[in-house]
Design a protein around this ligand. Structure first.
Ligand SMILES: *Cc1c(COP(=O)(O)O)cnc(C)c1O
Length: 428
């Protein structure tokens, strides 16, 4: 970790906020009075612009009825492509390589159905034991659909310490039996950032297709998917991208794969000028748009437009600079004030391996999270004993971070957590 001397005081935190280049963007968001929101890695906050673009979309339905598909300020028929072009700079993609469609899980199914082409000896898929469960469930069913057994065909890279995955271990598993690799960009618990470029190069050197799940990184970290030659990626837009609960997701497909027949086709896989010819012979669209299936969920993608306007006021590189700085600051305060109280840091400390959140372990994590909420600080709990805290660059302040550490100290010192039970909530 970079040695940075942060002073451990409220004044110093306020001074950091005064120098924060992104500070003004906080006003774009609705932040409940007195609340410190550290759960933007699960559900980002509503912005005024996202609210407005959603209301505008309702208005266009009211005003234009069926004609809204092709007329009005934002013709719905072209909205997934338009938002894809707005998203592209955040992931280092060319404009036609990104489309807004489906959910992360459905997009995983779509792209696994497309890119998992078991042939001869090459029939296996690599994932990791620390993956988000939906990724594993999707891969298991794709393997079953091809008539193979997930027990033998899904290779799960093991963690050496239960929190990190070593790139060497993934590379060592890239044998000539592997047809496809799907990896997280950032691991959802420990916040470890994998070396996407290196893994892509190693996979390609062995003739293996590689895709990434960017749910925990897009909007917090720059990616250069095109330059790195990543084959495909999926991510959700409701975490760091603040597009609202259940907001429509994104996918990226490298242009070298354009023209491929999607594994799951529908009439929206069609070239747009041919779609309404209503032919039974599909003419596949020559862009990431081919990987859509049916009618886009216009109202559920509307807030993303406002949200992306905010990202366009800065750059993902600037966002990463603040994110690294504020997480460094957070880690230093944890080291100084919290280690002696039974907390340990689970996230990698190096900038090159760290995502957008910090991850703390504590035996009493469930009750501590409940006590934080009672103090108007919103953390993110992962069973059995992980507390994830995301100081999201667009709307969390250094003062928020400093206060959170003070509150955590008080919760342990005064045994405040003992007032709560240790049952986790249904959504946690
Ligand atoms: C949040 C998250 C998902 C969620 O998938 P949905 O289809 O939106 O429910 C998937 N993968 C990862 C890594 C996530 O963090």
């Amino acid at each position: 970790m970079e040695i940075t001397a942060f002073e451990n005081s409220l004044d110093f935190a306020k001074n950091l906020d005064a120098q924060d280049k992104l500070g003004a963007l906080r006003d774009e968001f609705y932040i409940p009075d007195g609340m410190i929101y550290l759960d933007g890695n699960s559900l980002g906050l509503l912005s005024k612009r996202a609210e407005q673009t959603l209301l505008n979309m309702l208005q266009s339905w009211k005003n234009y009825h069926i004609d809204g598909w092709t007329t009005g300020e934002e013709p719905w028929f072209y909205l997934p492509e338009k938002l894809g072009r707005m998203m592209a700079p955040l992931v280092g993609a060319e404009p036609e390589e990104v489309i807004i469609t489906g959910s992360t899980t459905i997009n995983l199914h779509q792209l696994a159905a497309t890119f998992y082409e078991p042939k001869g000896n090459r029939t296996k898929i690599i994932a990791t034991e620390l993956d988000f469960p939906t990724d594993i469930y999707a891969l298991q069913s794709q393997i079953r659909l091809r008539g193979y057994d997930p027990e033998t065909h899904l290779i799960s890279i093991q963690s050496r310490d239960g929190r990190l995955i070593e790139e060497e271990d993934i590379i060592a598993a890239m044998t000539d039996e592997v047809a496809l690799i799907l990896l997280p960009t950032v691991l959802y618990r420990s916040g470890q950032l994998l070396d996407i470029q290196r893994l892509t190069e190693e996979a390609h050197a062995r003739g293996i297709i590689i895709g990434f799940d960017g749910c925990h990184s897009v909007g917090a970290i720059p990616h250069y998917f095109s330059k790195w030659g990543v084959d495909f990626a999926v991510w959700c837009n409701y975490k760091y991208l603040n597009a609202g609960p259940g907001g429509v997701a994104s996918l990226y497909v490298n242009k070298k794969h354009f023209g491929r027949i999607p594994g799951l086709t529908g009439w929206y896989s069609s070239r747009k000028d041919k779609q309404f010819d209503m032919e039974h012979q599909l003419t596949v669209e020559h862009s990431a748009g081919a990987f859509q299936t049916g009618t886009p969920h216009i109202l559920s993608m509307a807030p993303l437009m406002g949200s992306l306007e905010i990202f366009a006021k800065t750059s993902i590189e600037e966002i990463r600079i603040k994110s690294l700085h504020i997480t460094q600051y957070f880690m230093q305060l944890v080291n100084e004030d919290l280690l002696e109280l039974g907390f340990t840091l689970l996230n990698p400390t190096e900038d090159s391996r760290r995502g957008g959140h910090i991850s703390l372990h504590h035996e009493e994590a469930v009750r501590i999270c409940k006590a934080l909420k009672a103090n108007n600080i919103i953390p993110d709990y992962r069973a059995p004993n992980v507390i994830r805290l995301a100081p999201v660059a667009l709307y969390v302040t250094y003062e928020d971070v400093w206060k959170t550490v003070q509150v955590l100290k008080a919760i342990i010192h005064n045994k405040q957590y003992e007032a709560f039970d240790s049952q986790r909530g249904v959504v946690a």
